[in-house]
Design a protein around this ligand. Structure first.
Ligand SMILES: C[S@@+](CC[C@H](N)C(=O)[O-])C[C@H]1O[C@@H](n2cnc3c(N)ncnc32)[C@H](O)[C@@H]1O
Length: 365
């Protein structure tokens, strides 16, 4: 995806569900984040960054920080408590607008829009600290590596960069949840009779669904089973894969349980169908695994009486870059790599935090 398209997608996220798009956690889709909890996560993350730097024996001058891909300023604000000033840069104007609105840093955060593959807003050697989290993975590696080169240019001598980049998706054998046998992946999902015929575009709606275990095997607690939904057009093409989620308890063979799932209607007016299925997180959708046992068992049309309008559903792409390539890029940019620490399991990807420092006159002496 070219960068202008990346930007267009993030602008759509910023105007439809910005906090969830920045940090997705169960139950936070469709405006589900409590803002205090959301910003508290940022404070925690920056606290961990300080611990990581201390462990590596790195002292950072508390002058000027760059938060690249700042979103709504979740990390810029705590960075501005640590540094004299934090410049937050983002590709999506609506993210930046919201970051400005939510900012309580008394002018220590300054937010900018940058849509280019370079960061020409700043002169060489401007920053003492450059931080980027959950950003460089959402673009093709050629762009991520271009920004790394820019970070090296923007870093002052003695400055430190800390960036998080995934390297590869986890293989099924590395997942922590035991996959259910394929024979157990047989479900029936049904909608209640009072299912709404209309929902306001872009808004959330709770739907009660019944889920029956139609297999001969129990679905155990802790198997990461959830009921989830996709959005289809009138021809049953998938417009949006993956939307709401509701966890399932343990369910015995033949047992039916009622759960409530919060779905978010597509952002444009139109006529849609909702498809429901059971998913074992990180492993398989049941319908996919068994040739379509569950989805959709029933569907309903939502939308206006007007003509169908094309739906633009934002896409968040994820890419990985091999650690050796990231480290090389940092070295080529004149930095010494001080630490590469695995992030562990995040969103089904293996990745690392890279910490690198630009030598100063004292190092060269
Ligand atoms: C998942 S969010 C993370 C936001 C923030 N780093 C945080 O953790 O709170 C990714 C952010 O990166 C921004 N972004 C994506 N591509 C970008 C690019 N090429 N340049 C600047 N920002 C970008 C998006 O607009 C979005 O706000």
């Amino acid at each position: 995806m070219e960068l202008d398209e990346v930007g267009r997608n993030w602008e759509l996220f910023a105007t439809s569900d910005p906090h969830w798009a920045v940090l997705s956690a169960t139950g936070t889709r469709g405006g589900g984040w409590d803002l205090d909890a959301f910003f508290a996560q940022g404070v925690d993350e920056i606290g961990q960054a300080q611990v990581r730097l201390a462990r590596l024996g790195l002292d950072v001058k508390p002058g000027r920080a760059l938060d690249f891909g700042c979103g709504v300023g979740r990390l810029s604000q705590p960075l501005a408590r640590w540094f004299d000033r934090c410049d937050g840069v983002d590709i999506a104007p609506s993210m930046v607008e919201r970051a400005r609105r939510l900012d309580d840093s008394d002018g220590r955060c300054v937010f900018h829009v940058n849509r280019s593959d370079r960061i020409g807003l700043f002169a060489d050697c401007t920053f003492d600290f450059i931080y980027s989290s959950l950003v460089l993975q959402h673009m093709e590696p050629r762009f991520a590596l271009g920004y790394l080169a820019e970070f090296c240019r923007l870093l002052a001598p003695g400055g430190v960069i800390m960036v998080q980049i995934p390297s590869r998706p986890l293989r099924p054998d590395e997942l922590t949840v035991e996959p259910l046998p394929v024979d157990a992946r047989v479900a029936e999902v049904d909608l209640p009779a009072g299912f709404p015929k209309r929902i306001v575009r872009g808004t959330q709606c709770s739907i009660a669904v019944g889920v029956t275990n139609r297999s001969a095997m129990p679905w155990p607690e802790g198997a990461s089973l959830q009921v989830g939904n996709h959005w289809l057009d009138e021809l049953d093409n998938v417009l949006q894969f993956d939307d709401g989620r509701a966890p399932l308890p343990s369910v015995d063979p033949g047992q039916r349980v009622d759960v409530t799932i919060q779905v978010t209607a597509p952002p444009r007016t139109g006529r849609y169908r909702v498809a429901l299925d059971v998913v074992q997180e990180g492993i398989a959708w049941f319908g996919d695994a068994t040739g379509g046992v569950t989805a959709p068992t029933k569907a309903a049309r939502w939308g206006s009486r007007g003509a169908q309008v094309g739906v633009e559903v934002p896409v968040m792409e994820t890419h990985g870059v091999e650690p050796a390539i990231v480290e090389d890029a940092l070295r080529v940019g004149g930095l010494s790599v001080v630490g590469t620490e695995p992030t562990g399991f995040t969103g089904g990807w293996e990745g690392s935090w890279y910490v690198a420092r630009k030598p100063d006159a004292a190092d060269r002496a």
